[in-house]
Design a binder for this molecule. Structure first.
Ligand code: PPE
Length: 307
């Protein structure tokens, strides 16, 4: 998706002009994928822009860095402030936010421990991730022939930049075959997630989503949707899903910061349910957007105002 330029990007403690946010070609992360990142959204609320679950995203960033022995040279409080400063500096009412912690320039070779750690925070306007109609009409997905990176090869609990070439293989395969998105299985054949989204199915009025141990990311939208669904009275199970659980579902949908809550209307050319956004999906989607926009008192703690 094209990125629309804004004014400023935060780099290692300073706001620099968009065009000056550059790195050297010998940046360690460019060669070896030695970075970790987050994807966050800020929504327009009556109190101005509010970042959705910023603290939870920054905690996950810290966990990702911990897995890869990276010391982030800024405190959680400083990163919090930096995200807010970056949004304010660009005057955006809503946006996507991309913090990146990466091994920089100065050392080459496979030992990343000696390479310096840099941090950047970019923001831009990002609309519906899987296409303009996707939030209403849903998307067509393909179960990928590429397996999700295993817990003991590249841990899916970390949002490591290098890990995403695995997702990219699946995404390219799906797009080239005419689908909107891929669903990835783990090496044991159980569903993990989409290339950049968690997956849910609805059957007989109950929701199910893969457990973390099957190799999906601990999605913050996933957690929000599980909370909302339970508050609405639905049963929500974390259980292993096979590809046929997707075919047999009454409804299915993706969750993610970028994808928000996107219905899945077809899996491997099999229509899911009615082939349209299902009733449970719609109810939860509406609640999710209302919560993100600060309209629901119950979930107010999720809205972290830019101020
Ligand atoms: N699984 C994967 C593999 C994943 O990358 C994401 C986020 C999720 C699940 C959902 O997690 P959460 O955002 O916390 O609900 N993917 C990010 C990157 C997308 C991109 O194209 O880049 C995102 O949604 O920001």
């Amino acid at each position: 998706m094209p990125v629309t330029e804004v004014d400023k990007i935060w780099m290692d403690g300073q706001l620099v002009d968009w065009k000056d946010a550059k790195v050297h070609v010998l940046t360690h992360a460019l060669h070896y994928g030695s970075g970790v990142f987050e994807g966050i959204r800020a929504y327009e609320t009556t109190q101005g822009p509010a970042v959705f679950r910023l603290s939870d995203h920054l905690r996950r960033l810290a966990r990702s860095a911990h897995i890869y022995h990276m010391e982030i040279p800024f405190s959680q409080g400083e990163l919090h402030g930096a995200v807010r400063d970056t949004i304010r500096a660009n005057g955006l009412a809503s946006c996507y936010i991309r913090p990146l912690v990466f091994r920089g320039y100065g050392e080459m070779g496979l030992n990343p421990l000696v390479a310096p750690v840099s941090v950047s925070i970019a923001v831009w306007k990002w609309g519906a991730y899987l296409g303009e109609d996707a939030l209403d009409a849903g998307v067509r997905v393909k179960v990928s022939s590429w397996k999700r990176n295993d817990n003991n090869s590249l841990p899916p609990a970390a949002k490591g930049t290098g890990q995403y070439i695995n997702s990219s293989l699946a995404k390219m395969e799906a797009v080239k075959a005419g689908y909107d998105e891929a669903v990835m299985l783990n090496v044991h054949g159980y569903v993990t997630d989409g290339s950049g989204e968690n997956v849910f199915v609805v059957r007989d009025g109950a929701l199910a989503t893969p457990p973390l141990a099957d190799g999906c990311l601990e999605g913050i939208t996933r957690d929000s949707v599980m909370t909302i669904a339970r508050d609405l009275g639905y049963d929500v199970l974390e259980r292993s899903l096979t590809r046929t659980d997707l075919y047999e579902a009454d409804e299915a949908f993706f969750t993610g910061t970028a994808a928000e809550l996107t219905p899945i209307r077809e899996v491997d050319d099999r229509v899911v349910g009615s082939g349209q956004r299902g009733g449970v999906t719609k109810e939860i989607q509406q609640m999710f957007f209302a919560a993100a926009r600060g309209e629901l008192e119950r979930y107010r703690a999720w809205n972290e105002p830019v101020g």
